[in-house]
Design a protein around this ligand. Structure first.
Ligand SMILES: [Zn+2]
Length: 185
């Protein structure tokens, strides 16, 4: 299934791997390979060719941890960060000095990718970064009543309402237009 990247942040795109389709929540992750493919598409992991056994289970577990943390942070509750910190502790990374396209020296983080938890560690770091630094008034769920997708509103006006215009924005605009027309008639 085509991955949905409307979250504008890997941590929120992670939650968006379970969209509601025709009224049903659908888990787009059904195998270890699905998770690896998503990690690569999300730009979280590069160069890992093989999905280690257990990646699906570990990925789903991290996803539920993140779902709870984001909901609690939105609700202004105290965060239980133990599971996330355990995931962070599994990471093994080193820095490498590389040249970018213009020949400028830049630092790149390299991650070990032998086990499921090592593969998921950069994603866990991204989640931690969101929780530590993001303005959570800008972390929002799509306003469509049926839609379960999250996004980080990076627009200048901070008035983003929909996961995407194509999925929810246009449909809601048409619906409210019809409602207004019906009210006038
Ligand atoms: Zn939506």
């Amino acid at each position: 299934m085509q991955a949905i990247f409307h979250g504008d942040h890997p941590a929120l795109d992670l939650l968006n791997t379970v969209p509601r389709i025709d009224g049903e929540l659908v888990d787009t992750w059904q195998s270890d390979a699905d998770v690896l493919q998503w990690l690569a598409a999300a730009g979280v992991v590069t160069g890992a060719a093989r999905a280690p056994a257990g990646l699906l289970e570990a990925g789903r577990s991290l996803r539920e941890t993140v779902r709870r943390l984001v909901a609690d942070k939105k609700a202004g509750k105290r965060l239980d960060v133990r599971a996330l910190n355990a995931a962070l502790a599994q990471g093994r990374r080193h820095l490498e000095l590389v040249e970018d396209e213009e020949g400028t020296s830049v630092l790149a983080a390299r991650y070990a990718a032998d086990t499921p938890s090592q593969l998921l560690a950069p994603l866990a770091e991204s989640v931690a970064e969101l929780l530590a630094t993001a303005d959570f008034t800008l972390v929002r769920k799509c306003e469509d009543a049926e839609c379960v997708l999250w996004f980080l509103d990076r627009t200048k006006s901070h008035r983003r309402r929909w996961c995407s215009m194509a999925l929810c924005g246009n449909r809601n605009k048409v619906a409210s237009f019809r409602q207004r027309r019906a009210g006038e008639a």
